[in-house]
Design a protein around this ligand. Structure first.
Ligand code: RB5
Length: 162
């Protein structure tokens, strides 16, 4: 799989380890920054990671900030993105099986490197169940997007925002 990965300064160090881990697992990791511990704004990395997914340049995304919270808030503003902070393995697989999350958010100041790697592995191994009740619930989430979010799922939305 192609995984877009982004982090702010709080997530930078963990991101370098996760990028290497993804490669060890046989995935392609698109490291979209940040590339140092200089202060950086998490919405900028949410934007580039989500953009890659919506443009189908990446299959899924991982966002890392200090807590995982800011990155998750920003990512969920993009129609078609379903992001969640998963700091336990149950949520990491159930979030895909039931909720079809396409962005995993991690808090580098909350969890350790080894748990982060386990979470990534479990998350990537899970698949959406396709169960009717989960499809119905996700359709309702999409209804909310259509009603309240201005953008749309068409990648053209992002053409002039490189
Ligand atoms: C940056 O200091 C910190 O606020 C950020 O990494 C993140 O935790 C926000 O949710």
């Amino acid at each position: 799989m192609i995984i877009a990965v982004g982090a702010d300064h709080g997530g930078f160090l963990l991101k370098t380890k996760i990028v290497e881990f993804l490669k060890e697992l046989g995935h392609e990791a698109n490291d979209l920054g940040t590339h140092s511990e200089e202060p950086a704004d998490y919405p900028d990395y949410a934007r580039v990671v989500c953009r890659q997914i919506l443009q189908k340049k990446a299959d899924k995304g991982i966002l890392i900030c200090g807590s995982g919270v800011g990155a998750c808030v920003a990512a969920n503003k993009f129609p078609g993105i379903r992001a969640a902070i998963c700091h336990d393995t149950f949520s990491a697989h159930q979030g895909v099986e039931d909720d079809n999350i396409n962005v995993l958010c991690l808090g580098a100041r909350v969890i350790g490197d080894e748990l982060a790697k386990d979470l990534v592995k479990v998350w990537l191994s899970a698949s959406f169940s396709e169960a009717e009740r989960h499809r119905r619930r996700l359709s309702k989430v999409e209804e909310i997007e259509r009603e309240f979010l201005k953008g749309n799922r068409n990648s053209d939305t992002f053409k002039d925002r490189a």
